[in-house]
Write a protein that binds this ligand. Sequence first.
Ligand code: ADP
Length: 465
Amino acid sequence: MFDKVLVANRGEIAVRVMAAAEELGCETVAVYSDADRNGGHVDYADEAYNVGPAPASESYLDQEEIIDVAQRAGADAIHPGYGFLAENAEFASKVEETDGITWVGPPSDAMETLGEKTKARTVMQDAGVPVVPGTTEPVDDAAEVRALGEEFGYPIAIKAEGGGGGRGMKIVRSEAEVDDALESAKREGEAYFGNDSVYVEKYLEAPKHIEVQVLADQHGNVRHLGERDCSLQRRHQKVIEEAPSPALDDDLRAEIGEAARQGVREAGYTNAGTVEFLVEDSVASETQREGGGETAGPEFYFMEVNTRIQVEHTVSEEVTGIDIVRWQLRVAAGEELAFAQDDVEIEGHAVEYRINAENPATDFTPTPGQLTTYRPPTSIGVRLDHAVAQGDEIGGDYDSMIGKLIVSGEDRAHCLERSKRALEHFDVTGVHTTIPFHRLMLDDETFVAGDHTTKYLDRELEDDA
Ligand code: ADP
């Protein structure tokens, strides 16, 4: 095991990683920007180093500085958390090339392959995994896009190669919209991801977002920890996540889990990762329904791989009892996964609520400020991943997350009941939060029934995103 782990991140995920490292007997090193001098993750760490001014590009994204700090501190591993440098293959490869320091993540070449969506689609197809109908090569001109629109039928999505979180994705509903959409997808891809390459996918109208958590070691063992359902989204951003999915039966669960395992095996992947799918009733089943026949049931289509720990990993931990971050460190240190696929059992139900400093009443605008009251709920079935305390300032420099409330129960209904209590006893003043919104969702029939798709919330909120 490592002696000293540097966490190249801030906030709740930095603390989460340090907690796992500590349990494994490692010392912990935090890095922080000028804006985070009093950050919870700085308090938590054994040592902390300033890496620059508030803008992330000058601190948390400063690759050379972070590696330099790791060397000065005598760290023998770097964990990137999520966001910032977590999916940066160039940074991963620099760490790999640094003597005496191990990258806690997948090999940089697997990150590079899977980070480009068309390459990832090719890998999955080669592994026999169904992918969302679309291209496996970047697309250049409008005529090509129109031909694909003909082939797949509108709507289609033009997506940036490097995209994520709905950024760099443009929905095209007719031939007439192709030119503008192509141009803006390219522009967003360049602006957000430094890559103006785009490709085309069939746009599914009412899918569920189902993602499979995988863990792979350096000895050829690949396990999946079941799925998470992240279908409750606002403008393609996840709002509430849960495990297991209310939409899958055991057969589909096993099938999708196996597909994810095959896919990451094909990519030469190690460490933790997430294989994302869209699940929708197949086109065939729609036709059958019109003809009065039986529905063919839901089909799954590969969408992308996230080569990092995800915000919502917690719900998988709660229902499997497996500490994913601890395994990230153990696998990176060369250990073998100590459990077989059959040992992974899904028990009970868990839901994660993102508690953000945002005002749901004004279109979820961020509301930075001081936490004049911060009294989170406690008791059985309640987990909080956060790095704040009463009196702390929620700044405007980074994301607006205050923390994550994760509630577990014997089954989904029990979990949602418990969630009501937990959210009712979550007292925050000084900033607006997403807590009232989550409480509304717990009274929403469609969500409570588990019938929501990724489009549900936008329609309810009458967004035309
Ligand atoms: P990420 O999962 O990293 O946020 P994307 O930007 O690819 O990456 O996707 C974000 C969300 O956009 C998905 O969860 C889904 O709701 C929606 N989406 C992406 N591709 C499609 C598609 N082809 N059809 C329908 N919805 C899609």
